[in-house]
Design a protein. Structure first.
Length: 149
């Protein structure tokens, strides 16, 4: 009988410790603050009779740049949400692909430094310009999502 009471007491003690540890680890992470430094810009493409593509890579001057403030030493994944296009009235140019760089790897993953900063996030993209597009300025927006891994 003594063995079962001692065994039960050890199990109860272990369960209490695990519950306490889970409560301590459940602290909400620091909110992520995203600051845009520059917008994504494509060059003034010449309208032509054939379809063409234009690419702005993360290292190019037209790449968008962002800084993030968040939980120090945490890994963050960046993604672009939604179907995106550049528009001018009723005319549309689809954005085919986004490219990540700067302080992110090619999958959009980066680590916040000890001071809580992830600076120099660069985003480029590829657009497909249809044949004979209507000349003018095309604009669009994209939503940048940042989540802790």
């Amino acid at each position: 009988m003594k063995r079962s009471l001692i065994f039960f007491a050890l199990i109860l003690s272990a369960v209490t410790w695990l519950t306490t540890a889970c409560v301590l680890l459940a602290k909400p992470p620091t909110k992520i603050l995203i600051t845009e430094l520059s917008a994504l810009q494509f060059t003034s493409a010449m309208a032509g009779s054939g379809a063409q593509s234009e690419v702005v890579l993360p290292g190019d001057a037209g790449a968008a740049e962002f800084n993030i403030t968040g939980e120090p030493l945490q890994t963050i994944t960046i993604s672009i949400l939604g179907t995106l296009e550049l528009t001018r009235t009723n005319d549309k140019i689809p954005i085919e692909t986004f490219y990540y760089g700067g302080s992110l790897d090619s999958l959009g993953i980066g680590t916040v430094d000890v001071g809580g900063d992830l600076n120099g996030i660069k985003i480029g993209a590829k657009i497909n310009i249809p044949a004979n597009p209507v000349p003018g300025n095309y604009i669009g927006k994209f939503k940048l999502r940042a989540v802790y891994q």
